[in-house]
Design a protein around this ligand. Sequence first.
Ligand SMILES: Cc1cc2nc3c(=O)[nH]c(=O)nc-3n(C[C@H](O)[C@H](O)[C@H](O)COP(=O)(O)OP(=O)(O)OC[C@H]3O[C@@H](n4cnc5c(N)ncnc54)[C@H](O)[C@@H]3O)c2cc1C
Length: 399
Amino acid sequence: MDTVIVVGGGLAGVRAVEALRGKGYTGGLTLVSAERHRPYDRPPLSKAVLAGTTDDTTVDADWDALGAELLLGERATGLRLAERGGTLATTAGELPFDGLVIATGATPVTLPGPGRQHVLRTIEDARALRDRLVPGARVVIVGAGWIGAEVATTAAARGCAVTVVEAADAPLAHALGPEVGALTAPWYAEAGVELRTGVKVASVEDGHLALAGGGRIDADEIVVGVGVRPETGWLDGSGVDVERGVVTDAGFRAHVEGAPRPDVVAVGDVAAWWSQRYGRRLLVEHWDTALNAPDNAAATLLGEDAPYDAAPYFWSEQFGRMVQYAGRHTGAERMITRGGPADPRWAVAWLTGDRLEAILTVDRPRDLVQARRVIAAGTPVDAAALADPSVAVRQAVKS
Ligand SMILES: Cc1cc2nc3c(=O)[nH]c(=O)nc-3n(C[C@H](O)[C@H](O)[C@H](O)COP(=O)(O)OP(=O)(O)OC[C@H]3O[C@@H](n4cnc5c(N)ncnc54)[C@H](O)[C@@H]3O)c2cc1C
């Protein structure tokens, strides 16, 4: 392989470049990214950047040593695949390649209507919103998901009058289920944030939200945090299979007309990869996957057999709490709580038989680290011990 192109300059893109070089690839390497910036981290955008405590989240990478050409502010617009390799159409011209890494991430979903709505994906989005979070501003956030909760936290701390509107009956219901999501509802009131659940928005109008059942909510600023869509439009007509994300095998080989291609990989938020662990495709929109999975994708592109089999992990910082999750609870047989509700530090664990499937921790980072290991190893646990917050998670493992 003499020419590899990485499309997308987010975390997955830069990590793919580093991994290719780290594994000894010495050929031509080009990173094409629609953003004008060098790759930067997004998690701080809804945290420190919005709070105004940092303004630069550039990923620390030695671009000179990496010897990669950076085409910043340029967009891939189409893809033509040959029997081997192909040509990438970009705003900077046609670029032939032998190997391709698709790492174009995801774009926020917006709501219908002519009114101004903020989304939060880029550093420009974060700076623009930060400038508007002034004391007394009426900020209405649509969506009580991870981003909505983090924006609400910062907006309230900056003295805004914050309302969060959520279509489901509880915050985080989509991610965690309504029962666990409901445990986070009191955090809003404590922070002085009004949470309105079961409210569907019809459209964003000038200065207000129009609600589906009639009625309106007036706002100076409207922030929409209702999810993202993998950025795959530029692959239309290329033959690459897209089912929400780019369909890949366990080593991130992109499927083209039903079969994995050894010379095209997709990784990060854009990829719907086959998880051997869960026996299904996963589309994981979290930092940890964008950080680690490119190692496997790069190895695959260089001809190794490198399936990625990690259990998903992410964190969120909201209302002064560190919330962390590992594993996958969908389909788990039962749920147990560990601590709470009187104890502000609590966790919820999901089990199938005596296997730990997933854990959610609130200000219990040690539990998270230990549980993550137990989930990865699949070792059986004693549910009664796990339910006791005074017993370390690792001590709940059955010998
Ligand atoms: C505000 C915010 C807060 C977050 N907080 C957390 C958190 O606390 N914990 C956590 O686990 N995860 C968090 N995440 C998620 C995490 O940041 C993402 O999972 C991660 O950024 C995905 O990286 P990626 O490289 O796959 O995609 P992206 O970061 O989306 O990067 C894709 C890049 O590709 C570019 N691109 C798109 N289309 C094209 C094209 N056609 N041609 C060229 N370039 C293109 C984009 O402009 C972008 O630069 C957060 C995300 C956001 C937005």
